[in-house]
Design a protein around this ligand. Structure first.
Ligand code: NAD
Length: 506
């Protein structure tokens, strides 16, 4: 069944002004059109930004607890619709049903968390240095936020961004990936049904060039929250810096798991398989490198090879399948080209290495779980983001070399270590230069109550999710208030009290 999507502008569902559309295709069966969505252009973006600006004054002054209550209701609606949204997510972008349910759950978690923030959003009250005076800091909204998201977490990532932006009192123009318009539509519908006033959240479907770029550069957008590739994120950073916009950019990863000789090998194999081949490797936190100490190397490789070969590949709607398709033909060709590059660079392919064409899978973009060994840290397959089911195994002597190899990357999102040695885990925790470090767990599994993001080319700007130190610092600005009720001129730093003057001998 094909569903029609629309833009949401000022509370009305509308087509693109030019009347053009694009198709969203099931990557597991590319003959199936899941949705038809408006192909928006600059004029549609202008209308959405104007609607968001118009709605801003009233939303900004809506008490934050009331804003939070709407988010709570949205969480309840998403919970009721979790199964249905997960099914269409699997059809629209391919991840297996169990993971799709997890994706929706992350947005539900965020809705409840941010609903609670409506009653906190706290700043600081500190003592004043002068009598009859008080001082405090308060959070104020940034204004109109442009939210631009990728396809691989089509409900969770909009959830991190939009729910936090709204509770802080911003209005939003949301441009989701053109590969997942229907997931975006369902998420926005839930917020509308929860009672958001018209214009507070606007949705614009379309491509990055035609709708995303005009939105990022729009003078009416005060802030930009972007998650996607490094190539696009880098352009967003430059555009925002030039225009002095608030922004954050969460981009690619080249995440690694360290396995030391003393690790629980069963646990490590489970974590590696889940990290490398879940969502067919298309997660920003996917495990792309395994850095293994030499004593356990051969045994670990044998276990990974056996387990990877046993994974069930196929349409994610069948609960027996564990690895779904890649998102599109471009991704398929990119992953296959990295497999060629790995072989040419001298890495040894131990499992996988080709397109998977069994049965109905010939109708989709499936690739076999693929593992390379004898990989050196300089090889391209060890350095560049592949974003598919490809894993590189690198052998090291000890923990020190392992940490050095993990850190020798342009990216710094997530890393993990498997060890039973408490001192080794403490050193790894201290020295790994990534935004997230897992001990005896895979590179996947962030929870929404802590900030999410990476170092180096992965992340630039404040972190998403979490509260303080995370999304609240992105979606609000600080304002500091000094109130003097002495009825006379008091001069900070100059009018010192007699006690203080005596003490320092003035
Ligand atoms: P992408 O960069 O191709 O697209 C991301 C979004 O940007 C889409 O909505 C797209 O339409 C839009 N866009 C494209 N060109 C644009 C432009 N010139 N101006 C404005 N917007 C534009 O990324 P993708 O393929 O959708 O997602 C995969 C990438 O996202 C991977 O690199 C992955 O690591 C990264 N990712 C990062 C995180 C994180 O939190 N670090 C999370 C998920 C995905």
């Amino acid at each position: 069944m094909t569903t029609s999507c629309n833009n949401l502008i000022a509370g009305r569902w509308v087509k693109a002004q030019g009347g053009e559309t694009f198709d969203s295709i099931n990557p597991a069966r590319f003959g199936e059109v899941v949705a038809v969505a408006p192909r928006s252009k600059r004029t549609d973006v202008d209308a959405a930004v104007a609607a968001a600006r118009k709605a801003l004054p009233a939303w900004r002054l809506t008490p934050a607890p009331r804003r939070g209550e709407i988010l709570f209701r949205a969480g309840e609606i998403l919970l009721q619709q979790k199964q249905a949204i997960a099914r269409l997510m699997t059809r629209e972008m391919g991840k297996v049903l169990e993971e799709a349910r997890g994706d929706v759950q992350e947005a539900i978690d965020m809705a409840y968390y941010m609903a609670g923030e409506g009653r906190r959003l706290s700043g600081e009250t500190v003592p004043a240095e002068l009598p009859d005076k008080d001082c405090k800091s308060v959070r104020v909204p940034v204004g109109v936020f442009a939210v631009i998201t990728p396809w691989n977490f089509p409900v969770a990532i909009p959830g991190w961004k939009i729910l936090a932006a709204l509770v802080c009192g911003n209005t939003v123009v949301f441009k989701p990936s053109s590969y997942t318009p229907l997931c975006a539509q369902r998420f926005v519908e839930a917020l509308q049904a929860a009672g958001l006033p018209p214009g507070v959240l606007n949705l614009i479907h379309g491509t990055g060039a035609e709708a995303g770029d005009p939105l990022v550069n729009h003078p009416g957008a005060d802030g930009v929250s972007f998650t996607g590739s490094w190539q696009v994120g880098h352009e967003v950073i430059q555009a925002c810096a030039d225009r002095h916009k608030a922004f954050t950019t969460e981009m690619g990863g080249k995440n690694a798991i360290i396995v030391l000789d003393d690790a629980d090998i069963d646990l490590a194999v489970d974590g590696i398989l889940w990290g490398a081949f879940g969502t067919a490797g298309q997660r920003c936190t996917a495990t792309s490198r395994v850095v293994v100490q030499e004593g356990i190397h051969d045994m670990l490789v044998a276990r990974i090879k056996e387990a990877a070969a046993a994974l069930k590949i196929g349409n994610g709607l069948d609960p027996r399948n564990q690895v779904g398709p890649l998102i599109n033909e471009e991704a398929l060709n990119k992953v296959l080209s990295y497999i060629r590059i790995g072989t040419e660079e001298g890495a040894r392919l131990v499992v996988g290495g080709g397109r998977y064409m069994e049965g109905d899978c010939r109708l989709g973009y499936f690739v076999e779980p693929t593992v390379f060994v004898d990989v050196t840290p300089q090889m391209r397959i060890a350095r560049e983001e592949i974003f598919g089911p490809g894993l590189s195994v690198i052998r090291v002597r000890d923990l020190e070399e392992a940490i050095q190899v993990v850190n020798d990357s342009d990216y710094g999102l997530s890393s993990a270590i498997y060890t039973r040695n408490v001192n080794a885990s403490a050193r790894a925790e201290r020295d790994l230069d990534t935004g997230i470090v897992y001990i005896n767990a895979s590179t996947i599994g962030a929870e929404i109550q802590l900030p999410f993001g990476g170092t180096k080319h992965t992340g630039f700007g404040p972190r998403e999710a979490g509260g303080r130190g995370g999304a609240l610092d992105l979606y609000s600005k600080w304002k500091v208030i000094y109130r003097d009720f002495s009825g006379k001129l008091q001069r900070a730093q100059i009018d010192k009290s007699p006690v203080a003057a005596e003490t320092i001998g003035e």
